[in-house]
Design a protein around this ligand. Structure first.
Ligand code: SF4
Ligand code: SF4
Length: 174
């Protein structure tokens, strides 16, 4: 059985609906002009939203005091990554106290789901996710973040130092 509802007399006319919609838009516009500080939207890109430092945005590879990478190429981040978007090539370090280091570290940021598992898995605070969230690029290749981009991009001003130094690491037995 199908029930056919009769269209009400009022809804046959579009004009009242259009006028009430325009009235609402106009009243909001006047409100925004008179009190712009109460506006719920931002004039992007002139104004940008400041996320909390805990926001899981763009990755950072941290550095040691001497500016070299903190990463020991242990592969725990790549193993834990559910999107399998981390590629690391390890090499032996000339310093016998350092077991391995990455000669290449790449994150395919278009596959990344920003879950933060890489940061959680890292035993030496070598990878962090920060409040940066913009990832513009002009071609596909630029979405493969390499060591230069992850550790030494201009706004990191020479790199973010790891909380875990070599001496502390040896003391902790890591
Ligand atoms: S945030 Fe998640 S998906 Fe992105 S690289 Fe880290 S582990 Fe992989
Ligand atoms: S970033 Fe951390 S977890 Fe990933 S390979 Fe380097 S040391 Fe290991």
């Amino acid at each position: 059985m199908s029930i056919v509802k009769r269209v009400s007399y009022k809804s046959k006319w579009y004009l009242p609906g259009i006028l009430s919609g325009m009235g609402l838009t106009f009243s909001k516009m006047i409100k925004n002009i008179l009190s712009p500080k109460k506006m719920l939207t931002l004039n992007y890109p002139e104004e940008k939203y400041e996320y909390s430092p805990r926001f899981k945005g763009n990755h950072v590879l941290t550095v040691k005091k001497d500016g070299s990478l903190r990463c020991t190429a242990c592969m725990l981040c790549a193993t834990n990554c559910p999107a399998q978007c981390i590629k690391i090539t390890a090499a032996e370090h000339e310093d016998p106290t350092v077991e391995k280091y990455p000669i290449s570290y790449e994150i395919d940021i278009l596959r990344c789901v920003f879950c933060g598992y890489c940061e959680e898995a890292c035993p030496v605070d070598a990878i962090r996710m920060g409040p940066e969230w913009q990832t513009p690029a002009l071609n596909g290749g630029q979405f493969n973040y390499d060591i230069q981009r992850l550790a030494y991009r201009a706004n990191l001003k020479g790199g973010i130092q790891s909380r875990l130094d070599d001496n502390e690491r040896h003391k902790a037995g890591i």
